[in-house]
Design a binder for this molecule. Structure first.
Ligand code: CA
Length: 225
């Protein structure tokens, strides 16, 4: 797996490089947005990890450029605490996920693994978690153990896609709301809960052993029941 890291703060960049190298990722890093964009559009990377605030071009501008060229390389944005506007803009720009600084190493690695896995799975449109298989093209969710299938609605599909991509981590409710509805408000949070409950009913219907666990005050995790 080849990763591009664009981060202008040297200590942060070096620490991230070291962590990712240790996990056997092939990492190329740069410190400014212009160079970062040149690298990003080369098409050789499996994942782009972009700081938002960068000299030259921001992580959001890099993402927009990459998407404007039709490239689907997964993007993980790194944002500073409290930059909610940046998160919204970042996800609108076509980024797949974001991490708020400061973050824990294991959280970073879980997101990186999930995004790399999603990239591989996205090649044939099948996302897998335990005995669940999601065909993104047809929105059909299958329990591979018994062959039972159900079709998901549009929002349910996106929730499931996002939870499968984040398996092994808790997906914050705020992040689901941002990703699916694009804005943050109490109404949207309630929507998330409503659609999570629809999705759970469909999962129960096909008899999967996976479940969506609500982690109080944090978010949701797709895991084995
Ligand atoms: Ca920065």
């Amino acid at each position: 797996m080849k990763l591009l890291l664009v981060e202008d703060e040297a200590p942060m960049r070096q620490a991230l490089e070291e962590i990712l190298h240790r996990e056997n990722y092939d990492v190329v890093s740069c410190a400014d947005g212009e160079k970062g964009l040149d690298e990003a559009v080369s098409g050789v990377y499996d994942l782009l990890i972009l700081d938002v605030m960068l000299p030259g071009k921001s992580g959001i501008e890099i993402t927009e450029n990459v998407r404007a060229q039709g490239m689907k390389t997964p993007v993980l944005l790194l944002t500073a605490l409290g930059e909610l506007d940046d998160k919204v803009k970042g996800l609108d720009s076509g980024a797949d996920d974001y991490l708020t600084k400061p973050f824990q190493t294991r959280e970073l690695l879980a997101r990186v693994r999930a995004l790399c896995r999603r990239n591989v799975a996205a090649a044939d449109g099948q996302l897998i978690a335990g005995d669940l298989q999601l065909d993104v093209g047809s929105s059909v969710l299958t329990c591979t153990e018994n062959g039972q299938q159900v079709r998901l609605g549009e929002k349910e599909l996106r929730i499931m896609e996002y939870l499968i991509a984040g398996q092994g981590t808790i997906t914050p409710r705020e992040q689901l709301a941002l990703k699916i509805w694009g804005v943050e408000s109490e109404a949207e949070y309630n929507n998330v809960e409503v659609y999570i409950s629809f999705t759970r009913k469909k999962m129960a219907y096909i008899g999967t052993h996976m479940m969506i666990k609500a982690v109080r005050g944090l978010g949701y995790e797709l895991k084995k029941a």
